[in-house]
Design a protein around this ligand. Structure first.
Ligand SMILES: NC(=O)c1ccc[n+]([C@@H]2O[C@H](COP(=O)([O-])OP(=O)(O)OC[C@H]3O[C@@H](n4cnc5c(N)ncnc54)[C@H](OP(=O)(O)O)[C@@H]3O)[C@@H](O)[C@H]2O)c1
Length: 299
């Protein structure tokens, strides 16, 4: 099959691109920045797109059998309205434009990446926008499969790897919040394998699947497991959420906007996927955290 992937230069997008190529598919990757400094898999082709500009999407969608949407705004979850980097404009608006482009090009399958917790009345706006993305896809009439990943880890993630980076030179690992956030961490390779499988799994069509790893853990458990895998002993230093939100309320006005109060909520929200329907439909193995980490963390 020929598969297009918007946001194929990102963390999830790159893993999906490689898995598609390994499975023998032809892949067209679309993003704004040409990936010269950090090249994508050389077997894929790259086209320039901007999901906020529908007229740029033609080269991505022409003649493909499926379109995957793996776009999110730069530096997510730290929104920057001045630059137009918001959940509403890029994630929701971008998905709408991609669905419209898929529909006019007659693409037979649209694969969307939502998030665990997406709901009409969710407590956070990013989860309400994810729900609106899902509705837009479902209402478009384009055949589709939607995944709602929990927290995803892998060689290129910017969350766990950032925290582990501190462990290289500090005697402790800083943890935002009380470390009790509950998640079932998903290995990025497992997400990619499910996207590949979704191409020809007719039982998955028209459905939304939560996807997460096999272990439900706290954020402290996740970091301790990563430290064990890398054979490091470090204390976890928790910074209470109210203090971090206060810091973030000031930091949001600093140059480069390093943190926002919403980003603190995003980082500390629970995200446990119910994987029963996914396992029943796809029957693929989900990698335990320790095993997934051991594939790329240096011991
Ligand atoms: N990472 C997770 O743990 C996780 C969990 C649940 C759900 N998800 C969902 O999975 C999707 C991908 O997440 P990710 O972590 O892989 O994101 P990411 O690493 O930040 O990658 C985002 C991709 O989108 C592209 N992009 C940004 N703005 C764009 C624009 N205006 N037009 C076209 N492309 C644009 C980026 O390339 P350029 O900047 O060069 O354009 C990049 O290729 C998102 O929908 C996210 O909500 C992720």
């Amino acid at each position: 099959m020929k598969v297009a992937i918007a946001g194929g230069t990102g963390f999830l997008g790159r893993a999906i691109t490689s898995a598609l190529l390994d499975a023998g598919h032809e892949v067209v990757v679309g993003s704004r920045s040409r990936p010269d400094r950090d090249p994508i898999d050389s077997r894929a082709t790259w086209v320039s797109i901007d999901v906020t500009a529908p007229q740029t999407l033609g080269a991505l969608v022409s003649g493909v059998d499926a379109l995957v949407d793996a776009v999110q705004f730069p530096n997510s979850p730290i929104e920057n309205p001045r630059k137009g980097w918001t959940f509403e404009r890029i994630d929701l608006g971008g998905t709408r434009n991609l669905v419209d482009a898929a529909k006019s090009a007659g693409i037979p399958l649209f694969i969307g990446l939502s998030g665990v917790g997406a709901a009409e009345q969710a407590p956070y706006h990013w989860l309400r926008f994810k729900w609106q993305e899902e509705q837009y896809i479902a209402d478009s009439g384009v055949s589709h499969v939607i995944f709602r990943p929990s927290w995803v880890y892998g060689p290129r993630d910017v969350s766990l790897n950032r925290f582990l980076g501190f462990a290289r030179f500090l005697p402790f690992v800083p943890v935002i919040g009380n470390g009790k956030t509950r998640i079932n961490p998903l290995f990025v390779g497992d997400l990619a394998a499910h996207v590949v499988a979704a191409l020809d799994r007719s039982a998955a069509r028209g459905r939304v699947f939560e996807i997460g790893g096999p272990d439900v853990l706290t954020m402290d458990d996740v970091i301790r497991t990563a430290l064990r895998v890398t054979k490091k002993r470090r204390l976890l230093l928790h910074s209470p959420k109210p203090v971090m939100k206060l810091v973030a309320s000031l930091a949001q006005f600093a140059p480069g906007r390093p943190l926002t109060p919403d980003a603190i909520d995003f980082i500390t929200m629970d995200g446990v996927a119910d994987t029963a329907p996914l396992r029943e439909t796809f029957g693929l193995r989900l990698t335990p955290l320790e095993e997934g980490l051991a594939t790329y963390l240096k011991r």
